[in-house]
Design a protein. Structure first.
Length: 503
């Protein structure tokens, strides 16, 4: 499923109308009819339906919905919100009116009475162009709808929700269902705005699919994508061909981080794994992990420090960061790995902290560099507050990945994966059970294995993030709750996920 910004969607609309020759009124007709069909299983034949229509394309869609339902015997009335209708919207209003449809003004007394009696409200007021604070009469109308007991359906976006981000966002229609035209917009995946959509579904209206796919800068990653891109184990493969990974981390106070990451890497298919950690930590990791080999790293006050004779040339991918500490010499080790390794390097946790003051080192690498920050770590790298980041995560992640030429994995409810060229993938697997310490360590281990087994880094990362979230989903469905799920439990979920992928 593709994800489009307002600008990208406008371009697809323009292409459909100007290059292909599909008129705006036909697109409205297609949208309204498709949405009415999607609504019918969710509404009753005796429900009183109120359709709130704006003056633009969204309003035109609303009049088609109203006419379609009216023509099939539903109890429908339309409300005009805003003046100066576009030509296409005005045409559909006239057709609805000629069919005998009722149109009332939002400022008329009859509107308040109709709103109080409505069982169903269709929000067709504002579309893609919303930005900033709502003005009258939309402010009062949004408040009135949100105060009602009616079931609310929104067309494309709930009125008041911006398409691309949550900047300057204050209030919007709280929809129960949203029927999104063709492709979701970024705000459907942003923490502050996503709840306003309610349950959402996409509706195809006949826009040129091939052109939309070329314009879209982002997409979701589905089970079909995973099965298409996941590498098949070859009959003559062996531990050497399945990837030799190196995982650096685990100080005295956090040995569990490197343990969980190592377990995940092996469960995700790494052929050989070497764990670089403190000598004192090795017995702790070894007690959980007989399959790994170990390299003892130098230490100072219980944290890993630069180890001069460390050779990183023998590995196919390297992970640096979890639990390693934040001393100056630890930073030197992180930077040396980045400079010397000619294979993919993934930085997580403390590894991210160490590069904040020297981001230029990222651009100088020839091999892929993967960063896996949670919002707090990403805000640290950008030198901003977390709420500011969460208002525009797509934009900020894209800019960072392009400027520093990295693969960026911005973790969250919807993890956003950004390539150095700015293309983005959104992961939709996972659940709140992952909100516990250690989940990120497990993800880093899975990604280490994936990077060694895929030729395309974006496919490797997308598959790894998908598998990580899906393992949590499988466990919550079969054996655990979101409350009791632990990061170490994810190892059990991986087996079922991998079996399903190979079916």
């Amino acid at each position: 499923m593709y994800i489009v910004t307002a600008k990208e969607m406008y371009e697809v609309d323009r292409y459909a109308m100007e290059e292909i020759g599909i008129s705006g009124s036909i697109l409205m007709e297609s949208a309204g009819r498709a949405i009415a069909e999607r609504m019918k299983p969710l509404i009753g034949t005796t429900d009183r339906i109120l359709v709130l229509c704006g003056s633009g394309n969204n309003g035109g869609d609303g009049y088609v919905v109203a006419r379609t339902l009216l023509n099939e015997g539903y109890d429908v009335a339309a409300v005009q919100v805003g003046r100066n209708l576009t030509a296409d919207a005005a045409m559909h209003q006239q057709v609805y009116d000629r069919l005998g449809g009722e149109v009332m003004d939002v400022e008329a007394d009859t509107f308040q009475m109709a709103l109080a009696k409505a069982d169903i409200i269709v929000d067709a007021m504002l579309g893609l162009g919303v930005r900033g604070k709502l003005r009258s009469p939309y402010t009062e109308t949004v408040q009135a709808v949100n105060d009602s007991d009616a079931l609310v359906f929104a067309i494309d976006l709930p009125s008041g929700v911006p398409a691309d981000d949550a900047v300057e966002f204050e209030e919007a229609i709280q929809a129960d269902y949203t029927f999104i035209i063709e492709a979701p917009k970024p705000s459907a995946f942003i923490q502050k705005t996503a709840p306003y959509y309610g349950e959402w579904k996409t509706v195809s209206i006949g826009l040129p699919a091939a052109y939309l796919s070329r314009q879209a800068g982002a997409k979701t990653w589905t089970e079909q994508d995973v099965k298409r891109s996941f590498p098949i184990r070859q009959p003559f493969s062996h531990k050497g061909t399945n990837g030799k990974g190196f995982l650096i981390g685990g100080g005295i106070e956090m040995p569990g981080s490197v343990t969980m990451s190592s377990m995940a890497a092996l469960r995700a298919g790494a052929g050989l794994l070497t764990v670089g950690t403190l000598r004192q930590v090795i017995p702790s990791v070894l007690s959980h992990l007989a399959e790994a080999t170990f390299t003892s790293l130098d230490e100072e006050n219980g944290v890993i420090v630069d180890t001069e004779d460390l050779d990183v040339s023998a590995y196919d991918a390297i992970v640096v960061g979890m639990g390693m500490g934040r001393g100056e010499s630890t930073a030197a080790l992180t930077k040396r790995v980045l400079e010397e390794a000619e294979v993919p390097v993934l930085l997580d946790a403390d590894g991210l902290y160490h590069i904040k003051s020297d981001l230029e080192i990222l651009r100088n690498r020839q091999a892929p560099t993967v960063l896996t920050p949670h919002p707090g770590e990403m805000a640290m790298l950008l030198d901003m507050k977390v709420p500011e980041l969460l208002e525009r995560p797509f934009e900020l992640a894209r800019k960072f990945a392009i400027v520093h030429q990295v693969h960026l994995v911005l973790k969250g409810t919807y993890t956003i994966i950004t390539a150095p060229d700015g293309s983005q993938i959104v992961n939709t697997t996972g659940n709140p059970g992952l909100g516990k310490g250690g989940s990120g360590d497990v993800l880093s281990g899975i990604l280490l294995a994936m990077l060694m087994q895929h030729e395309d880094p974006m496919e490797a990362i997308a598959n790894g993030v998908y598998v990580h979230g899906k393992a949590a989903d499988v466990l919550v469905e079969d054996a655990h709750s979101q409350q009791d799920l632990l990061a170490t439990d994810l190892m059990k979920g991986l087996a079922k996920v991998f079996r399903n992928i190979s079916d």
